[in-house]
Write a protein that binds this ligand. Structure first.
Ligand code: ZN
Ligand code: ZN
Length: 274
């Protein structure tokens, strides 16, 4: 049975459906929802209210309430958490030595505690619906910014093609599909490639992390990218090295602006892997 995300992303406008078939489909959908109720992808409880409009998955109220730590106010350079009285526009102690190519980072939470457990679950083979639900929360959290900054395309941080062979899903791809679907903007598939298979960032000191990914990404310079405001998705951002290299490739390909959206912002030394 296809996942909720796959069902939702089947383009309903690609074929003109007759009225009787639409009625039959809606009736069948009602029967299926009764027999197989929509469930929270985290705790598997049936969702009485179903999914929000236009969203392929959602967490139950209890899981939403447990989802923390969330980031209330974030640094406008790196997406790190900052206090209520701090000027968030000038960087924070996490990023004061960094020079980023992206304009800002839109985070949902901090990569620690329960949020860390949830992010790891989202990476697992059955984590597609969970990733979609987290993406929906991320969109909701930054809806004002996303509405004010009309993006031209969404791009996911890619893996090398050899890494994809062993993966059933890639969280950044699911995020990009949800963002494109809900914001109504193009998903620029294969606009960015990872041209080198690199060692994991985990455990590398900062200088080696930058060298490890230096020029590891290539962006195609086509109408989707040239002059465009590009939204880049990734599940976790810690040092920002990966997002920075992808942003560099996009800007070299002619993008006018790059903003990064992530489910979790890693802030501890032990998790400095992306
Ligand atoms: Zn739940
Ligand atoms: Zn910062």
């Amino acid at each position: 049975m296809p996942s909720n995300v796959e069902q939702s992303f089947a383009d309903p406008h690609s074929v003109r459906i007759p009225q009787w078939l639409r009625w039959a489909r809606n009736s069948l959908q009602g029967v299926l929802e009764f027999a197989f109720p929509l469930r929270c992808p985290l705790c598997q409880q049936a969702l009485a209210a179903g999914f929000p409009a236009n969203c392929p998955a959602a967490l139950c109220d209890a899981c939403c309430a447990r989802l923390e730590p969330l980031i209330d106010q974030h640094c406008q350079r790196c997406g790190g958490p900052v206090g209520p009285n701090v000027d968030a526009t000038q960087g924070c102690q996490l990023c004061q030595r960094d020079c980023f190519r992206f304009r800002t980072v839109l985070p949902l939470g901090i990569y620690q505690g329960w949020m860390q457990v949830v992010c790891q679950s989202a990476k697992e083979p059955r984590g597609r619906d969970l990733t979609a639900a987290l993406s929906g929360l991320l969109l909701e959290k930054h809806s004002e910014f996303l509405t004010e900054n009309a993006f031209d395309a969404v791009v996911s941080v890619p893996h090398h093609w050899t890494q994809r062979l062993s993966q059933t899903h890639h969280a950044a791809d699911v995020m990009a599909a949800v963002f494109a679907h809900q914001l109504g903007i193009p998903l620029a598939r294969h606009a960015v490639h990872k041209t080198q298979r690199t060692p994991s960032q985990s455990g590398l000191p900062p200088s080696q992390r930058r060298r490890n990914l230096n020029n590891a990404f290539f962006a195609v310079s086509d109408h989707r990218i040239k002059g465009g405001r590009i939204l880049v998705t990734d599940d976790i951002l810690t040092t920002g090295t990966t997002a920075n290299e992808v942003s560099k490739a996009l800007l070299q390909a002619g993008a006018a602006d790059v903003v990064v959206a992530v489910i979790a912002r890693g802030i501890g030394q032990q998790n400095r892997h992306r």
